[in-house]
Design a protein around this ligand. Structure first.
Ligand code: ZN
Length: 60
């Protein structure tokens, strides 16, 4: 089982490269049982959506 540290590390690596099947499964299992990492992941996806909008749209 991953530690929280490993899980958050995988979440940030996920932005840069595709995770292996093993990594994805480990991460998914960890997130299922860990509320802290569930929150972290949610915040990250909000941030990522904000970044994407910022990056692609620019100023109106
Ligand atoms: Zn965790």
């Amino acid at each position: 089982m991953l530690s929280c540290r490993e899980a958050t590390e995988l979440m940030s690596q996920e932005q840069d490269r595709p995770l292996t099947l093993r990594e994805r499964v480990g991460l998914r299992l960890h997130v299922l049982i860990c509320a802290a990492c569930t929150n972290y992941r949610q915040q990250m996806s909000v941030l990522r959506a904000a970044c994407r909008r910022f990056g692609s749209g620019g100023t109106p």
